[in-house]
Design a protein around this ligand. Structure first.
Ligand SMILES: [Zn+2]
Length: 441
């Protein structure tokens, strides 16, 4: 009995398969990730500390993996340094003696604090930022009051330069950054001074965003002004709104309703999301085990919609929460081993792919063993320049296919098979309109 039931089941299965196949011939879709991979991984670094470039970068180059490096532009020679924009600083400091910090003066005072030449200025800016971000406004005001009491009690040194966390070791030049982009890496803004943006007023906040953007454009080109991230991960909507006015993409916060964002503090299971894509940000801090780091990759591969965004900071003792070069080598080698299932892409490229896929319309018609594929996209092909992968089902009788984009632009494609039938994969760029697939004779 059991055998009969099994046999009957197999017949049903084969009938349903052949029906599905017929229905699918000539149909085209854009795959979730480039190359029809199961997941995407973006390897990103913050703060532009030197070992990211002298230790981590060579490992990535050896394995052929691109990375994204968010740099503090004010640290780089030849670019604009941080500065306070606003009323004369003495006037503001004097007012702090008689008027307590409140909602009206908080942003101005918090913007200025880093430029008062006081020893703990950066720490005060950071503390105020964290408290304010956490909704503890009164405590944030108190921190600023305390900071200015210190300022008034001490003799001001003449400091116009920003007092950001600056390692004397961080000597990377624009020329070197330019070289790194030619190796396939993305260099993006991490603001001018790494200030806590949540407590800056509009003028100073925009300066951090716009000045770093214009220096990157000047020294590296417009391509590298696509994605950015801010220091100290601000969770304020106000900061995010400003960033989205200046940059097309913010690593820690996307606007797309079809992307579920799980940030580093979010412990939800990314496999349980009901959204089309899951952006899963994980921070491999010093104490995260290699086993856990590898499990992030495995979890991403077990689904087809997870974009694992790794956020590294320090490397080999320099920078916050450093990982060793040996750890990075072991981890990146593991990712490399899985490259059949994983698309390793810069943050900008993965963002562009997802947007291109969602924006594009692809349709195809089958007639007399020829499939005409029409592709259209509203996105600017100058900016959105990442090829998307189109999957078109072809008749089961085809052994090989020819893709014709323009008259003399022909490519032979291998036929692959899945549960729905025979198909081919090929790359299409926004701006391309019509392609023809035919049986290779
Ligand atoms: Zn940072």
């Amino acid at each position: 009995m059991r055998n009969k039931a099994l046999h009957f089941g197999l017949i049903l299965l084969s009938i349903s398969c052949s029906i599905t196949k017929e229905e699918n011939v000539g149909k085209s879709i854009i795959t979730n990730w480039q190359g029809d991979k199961q997941s995407a991984i973006s390897i990103t670094y913050d703060d532009g500390t030197i070992n990211q470039f002298t230790v981590a970068r060579p490992i990535m180059n050896k394995l052929g993996l691109p990375g994204t490096f968010y740099i503090v532009t004010g640290k780089v020679e030849e670019s604009a340094k941080g500065k306070f924009i606003g009323r004369p600083k003495e006037e503001i400091i004097q007012e702090t003696a008689s008027v307590k910090t409140n909602a009206d003066n908080f942003f101005e005072r918090a913007s200025l604090i880093a430029y008062t030449g006081m020893k703990d200025a950066v720490q005060y800016n950071f503390d105020a930022h964290v408290l304010f971000d956490a909704g503890k406004t009164t405590e944030a005001y108190e921190v600023i009051d305390e900071a200015y009491q210190q300022v008034r009690n001490s003799k001001l040194s003449k400091v116009d330069n920003m007092v950001f966390d600056n390692n004397p070791e961080d000597t990377t030049t624009w020329e070197q950054y330019k070289l790194y982009t030619t190796e396939g890496h993305e260099i993006g803004s991490h603001t001018v001074t790494h200030s806590g943006l949540s407590v800056l007023d509009e003028a100073n906040l925009l300066f951090e965003l716009e000045q770093s953007k214009s220096d990157i454009e000047k020294f590296l080109g417009k391509k590298y002004t696509f994605s950015m991230d801010c220091g100290f991960s601000p969770r304020s909507d106000r900061v995010r709104d400003y960033v989205h006015q200046v940059y097309p993409a913010l690593r820690s916060h996307m606007l797309e309703p079809y992307i579920d964002e799980l940030d580093d503090l979010d412990e939800r299971d990314p496999g349980k999301s009901s959204k089309e894509y899951v952006k899963w940000q994980r921070n491999p801090l010093t104490d995260v085990s290699m086993e856990v780091m590898k499990s992030w990759v495995d979890t991403s591969i077990a689904h087809d919609n997870i974009w694992l965004v790794l956020v590294f900071h320090g490397v080999d003792g320099i920078g916050w929460e450093p990982r060793t070069g040996a750890d990075l080598e072991a981890y990146f080698s593991y990712i490399k081993e899985k490259q059949d299932q994983v698309w390793v892409a810069t943050f900008a490229d993965a963002t562009k792919y997802v947007r291109e896929r969602k924006n594009a319309k692809v349709g195809s018609t089958l007639k007399d063993d020829v499939i005409v594929v029409n592709f259209s996209s509203d996105l600017d092909p100058e900016v959105y320049d990442v090829p998307v992968t189109v999957k078109t089902y072809v008749p089961g009788t085809w052994r090989s296919a020819t893709l014709t984009k323009k008259q003399d632009d022909q490519l032979t494609l291998t036929i692959q098979k899945d549960a729905l039938g025979s198909y081919v994969l090929y790359s299409v760029l926004p701006g391309e309109a019509e392609m023809v697939l035919s049986k290779k004779v």
